[in-house]
Design a protein around this ligand. Structure first.
Ligand SMILES: [Zn+2]
Length: 252
């Protein structure tokens, strides 16, 4: 049976995992797509994105994964149990990615259909440096704002898995509260990049642009430091699409 969303996810994953791009090698990175209100596809643990096939993904039950995020007593054993219990096919032998909880919380926003997480070389040059937070907070040219939004969510280093998912949830909620819009890019210190969007194109564009901007920043830091765009210049470029979307939805 043809699964158009899964086909799109396979193409997206191979793009992000193409070794010539330097975004993810071996088992690095993971991707997901929401199927409906209760299910999503996510990369299976240990599979390689660059050569992934349909068998490299598992279909999981969204509410089962979400429940663990709100359970403060949940630990490693509970994570193992939930990552098995959430599998739609009881005969499935592969395990969902250890970052499945992170995908679940982001796919819970109706505007987010696809999630792409990678460890790109230039983005990680900044995220593994002494200036990680400063280097990923600002914007340096207009097209960066178009693809990545006016500001990224910054996540300090946290253990992968459930602790990281809880921290991302907290910080994304704080970002939405402060900015009034959904983020497009989330950067994790000493780890990598997450981008979210309504299409595979939104994911590849923001990931490509993060790498381009990071390459420029690595160069700019070597010649006296970046010349950041001013908040006024950033807001002239940034048109707050989510807010427009919400307004138009209310109006109709
Ligand atoms: Zn990762």
């Amino acid at each position: 049976m043809s699964e158009p969303l899964l086909d799109q996810l396979i193409d997206l994953s191979r793009y992000l995992g193409d070794p010539t791009r330097g975004y993810a090698i071996l088992g690095e990175g993971n991707t997901s797509v929401r199927i409906d209100a209760e299910h999503f596809w996510v990369k299976a643990s240990g599979t390689t994105m660059g050569t992934i096939e349909a068998s490299g993904f598992v279909k999981v039950h969204h509410p089962t994964v979400m429940a663990i995020l709100d359970d403060p007593s949940a630990g490693d054993e509970e994570v193992t149990r939930v990552l098995k219990a959430c599998l739609v096919d009881p005969a499935e032998t592969k395990r969902p990615s250890v970052e499945t909880m992170l995908h679940a919380l982001l796919l819970a926003y109706p505007e987010i259909r696809f999630v792409g997480h990678t460890h790109p070389v230039y983005t990680n040059m900044l995220l593994c440096s002494k200036v990680a937070e400063e280097a990923t907070a600002g914007r340096i040219f207009p097209d960066q704002i178009v693809s990545m939004g006016h500001k990224s969510v910054f996540i300090p280093y946290v253990d992968p898995g459930l602790p990281l998912a809880r921290e991302v949830k907290r910080r994304v909620e704080a970002y939405i509260e402060a900015e009034g819009v959904l983020p497009k890019a989330i950067v994790m210190k000493n780890h990598g990049l997450i981008v979210v969007g309504d299409s595979p194109k939104a994911i590849t564009s923001a990931t490509d642009m993060s790498e381009k901007a990071s390459r420029i920043l690595v160069g700019a830091y070597s010649v006296g430091g970046p010349n950041w765009m001013t908040p006024e210049d950033v807001s002239r470029i940034y048109t707050r699409p989510d807010e427009h979307y919400r307004r138009s939805r209310i109006a109709s």
